[in-house]
Ligand binder design. Structure first.
Ligand code: PLP
Length: 416
């Protein structure tokens, strides 16, 4: 087959299905207000940003940039090699110690990305003959890690502990890993971690929580979802978190027992065969951890904004999901309508991410609104007003649109 023909056909099919994705280009620092060129526009415009995972407004905080600059002056910029060869810097070591302390675990290991951390953990722990059980709404990196591991891969219905119990009871594998998003990235709800932990203990299964969206803002000192629920290493022995969201930096970590971390250093291939993150990134992350304490008002402001948004959205009958986190999806359903609404909002200067399959299950396209500590009350009210108008303006279109049959060209990541 001709490569270019294959590529064009795939791109055409994606466009026809209203699933074509385009990258916007940012011309300003990350933040609540940004300048960006979206939807193929040649020039940048100002937006109120409701699409970022920079929940605390730390991505452009001067302390992070200053820490990175100072560290670069001392340590140079590039790390030069993987951690096991000669790239493991004192700053990486300090960051690992700080993350272990923050999460109340014995030890931690830093990965360059959350995607690599999830792939690394699952493929290191499991192989053929083992079993991995995951919530069907888990992040793609957990799913891909499971596929790559070669273990028997089962998915349970979203947050359905009874379904997981059935799968565990039916599994004969000696090693069983249960992995969930602690905060679901496209729904914003929490996993029932206490119930999952009890079930895993009962079945001698290993529980892994991916706290990409809880670490940094939830729980005491921003220690994350497990800390908020009072769950330690006994209940959740494998804790993964990312550093590019609430922390405003880059990278990820796994925290757990000393043995778990030692094991990952030996066996996690994305860790072993990949260049270490620049030490300056570790320094910026350490500065972000300090800010969680010295500027704890950010966490409080974020929680106030979540409450305010939900109250104002409910007053306008917006179709919210049951989320008490900065991820506040507005369920639309139809892929074409979600794009029309996102573009209407775009024209008014609101940057809201339309999320379609296969990122979410078919028929559940949504606007994924994310809130930041740095949004003002007036900005949030302006957003909910604009949302209400856009939903009303597209109501009739929806009826027509939902009746058209969407071609099923996608591999649905979330179908059981
Ligand atoms: C963002 C995210 C990841 C990936 O982390 P990166 O550091 O961006 O690679 C993993 N899991 C979840 C739930 C995420 O939201």
């Amino acid at each position: 087959m001709n490569l270019e023909t294959f590529l064009q056909d795939a791109l055409d099919a994606r466009r026809a299905a209203h699933l074509y994705r385009e990258r916007a280009t940012l011309y300003s620092p990350q933040g609540a207000a940004v300048s960006a060129a979206r939807y193929g526009q040649p020039i940048a415009r100002d937006y109120l940003n409701f699409a970022s995972n920079d929940y605390l407004g730390l991505a452009a905080h001067p302390a992070l940039g200053q820490a990175a600059t100072a560290a670069s002056a001392q340590a140079g910029f590039g790390s030069g090699a993987s951690h096991l060869v000669c790239g493991h810097h004192q700053l990486h070591r300090d960051l690992e110690a700080a993350l272990a302390a923050r999460t109340g675990r014995e030890a931690a290991i830093v990965f360059s990305t959350g995607f690599a951390a999830n792939m690394g953990v699952i493929t290191a722990l499991l192989g053929r003959g083992d079993a991995v059980l995951q919530d069907r709404l888990n992040h793609a990196s957990l799913i891909d890690g499971a596929r790559l591991s070669g273990a028997d891969f089962k998915r349970f219905r979203h947050n359905d502990v009874a379904h997981l119990a059935d799968l565990l009871a039916a599994s004969r594998a000696a090693r069983r890993l249960v992995a969930v998003d602690a905060v679901f990235s496209m729904d914003g709800d929490l996993a029932p971690l206490a119930d999952l932990a009890a079930l895993c203990q009962q079945h001698d299964a290993w529980l892994m929580a991916d706290d990409a969206h809880g670490f940094g803002w939830l729980g005491p000192q921003g220690a994350g979802t497990c800390a908020a629920l009072g769950l330690g290493a006994t209940e959740v022995p494998i804790l993964m978190g990312t550093l590019g969201k609430a922390l405003g930096s880059y990278g990820a970590f796994v925290a757990g027992s000393r043995a778990l971390i030692d094991y990952l250093v030996q066996f996690a291939r994305p860790y072993i065969y990949s260049t270490a993150m620049p030490p300056a990134v570790a320094a910026a992350t350490l500065a972000a951890l300090d800010l969680l304490d010295s500027e704890s008002f950010r966490r409080e402001a974020l929680v106030e904004n979540i409450v305010l948004f939900r109250r104002e959205a409910a007053a306008r009958n917006l179709p919210l999901l049951a989320s008490n986190t900065p991820i506040q999806p507005v369920l639309i359903g139809d892929d074409a309508r979600v794009m029309v609404i996102a573009k209407l909002l775009d024209a008014q200067g609101f940057w809201v991410a339309p999320i379609r399959p296969p990122t979410v299950p078919a028929g559940t396209a949504r606007l994924r609104i994310t809130l930041s500590a740095t949004h003002t009350r007036a900005q949030l009210i302006a957003l909910v007003d604009a949302l209400a108008r856009a939903l009303a303006a597209t109501e009739i279109k929806t009826l027509a649109a939902t009746q058209t049959i969407r071609p099923q060209t996608e591999e649905a990541d979330h179908d059981l």
